[in-house]
Design a protein around this ligand. Structure first.
Ligand SMILES: C[S@@+](CC[C@H](N)C(=O)[O-])C[C@H]1O[C@@H](n2cnc3c(N)ncnc32)[C@H](O)[C@@H]1O
Length: 274
């Protein structure tokens, strides 16, 4: 536990609070490859610290940022927590998106700056695909200039930027799935993650043999979908949830698993094992 790395970005829906529970389960499976189709801010991967991992997300800026870290990303641009400066850099980032020139080191530097300086670490785009998060008004921000401490870990991990269904899963992979919540606010990226996507995800899991854990907001339809597909379920009290629009409200979280036996230990988050 001692020298775990802190995620380099702020990310909505981060699952750091869930990691003690996941770690308990993972301790029985550590030799497996960890696969996270919805890796987001990497709170889970950086805590479980697997030897090999497949980490995917449809957000191209996020995955470009991780890939650039792998290639020795340094932030050489000025990092300044001021509103004027933020909006100028946001404009520069959006110009790159317009020119389709955003899978670069330069864009990764801008993405890092916008993520740390923008409102609540949100990553939101308008209908034209342009980044539209406002200035974050933080008193103080501790920016990093290099990400060297991640390079040893990242070089054993594979980063992908595809829809989850395009991933190649091996039969002994350990899957942790944290899709956008089933709620009205699901605009993490240009395209919504709809109810059809939630169903598509569970159906995609149907023929996977390895251990699977999935978390989501415990709405009635999510619970019944996972139950119908043979998952066992516990309900957890999430400490707070930051939805994509920046709202923070307590939520009941579904923790569902398949292809393994788990007896969750009592803890402050566990409401009940169904
Ligand atoms: C709740 S967040 C994951 C948070 C992550 N567990 C963490 O701790 O930071 C959900 C992620 O799913 C990604 N996503 C949305 N639709 C996707 C899709 N079809 N395939 C893969 N990733 C997708 C979003 O970009 C977002 O980063």
């Amino acid at each position: 536990m001692s020298n775990l790395l802190t995620p380099p970005l702020k990310w909505a829906g981060g699952k750091r609070w869930l990691t003690p529970i996941l770690q308990d389960v993972w301790s029985q499976h550590q030799s497996r490859r960890l696969v996270e189709p919805f890796a987001g801010g990497l709170a889970v991967a950086l805590t479980l610290n697997p030897k090999t991992a497949l980490l995917n997300d449809t957000n191209p800026h996020l995955i470009n940022f991780y890939q650039q870290i792998n290639q020795g990303l340094k932030v050489t641009k000025r990092l300044s927590n001021s509103s004027d400066y933020f909006y100028r850099r946001r404009q520069e980032f959006n110009d790159k998106i317009r020119r389709n020139d955003f899978l670069t080191e330069d864009a990764a530097q801008l993405f890092y700056f916008l993520n740390r300086t923008g409102y609540n670490g949100l990553c939101r785009f308008n209908n034209s695909g342009l980044f539209n998060v406002p200035f974050g008004r933080y008193k103080k921000i501790n920016y990093r200039q290099d990400f060297d401490e991640f390079s040893g870990t990242f070089k054993h991990w594979d980063f992908k930027n595809v829809d989850f269904a395009e991933l190649n899963i091996e039969s002994d992979d350990f899957l942790y799935l944290d899709p956008p919540y089933d709620s009205e606010f699901t605009k993490y990226c240009k395209k919504d993650f709809t109810w059809d996507d939630q169903v598509r995800l569970v159906e995609w899991l149907a023929d996977k043999d390895g251990p699977i854990i999935s978390s989501n907001q415990a709405t009635d339809r999510v619970l019944s979908l996972y139950r119908q597909h043979g998952f066992q379920i516990a309900l957890l009290k999430a400490p707070r949830m930051i939805s994509c629009n920046g709202d923070r409200k307590p939520a009941v979280e579904m923790f569902a698993w398949k292809n393994m036996d788990i007896q969750l230990k009592p803890c402050k988050f566990l409401l009940e094992q169904l």
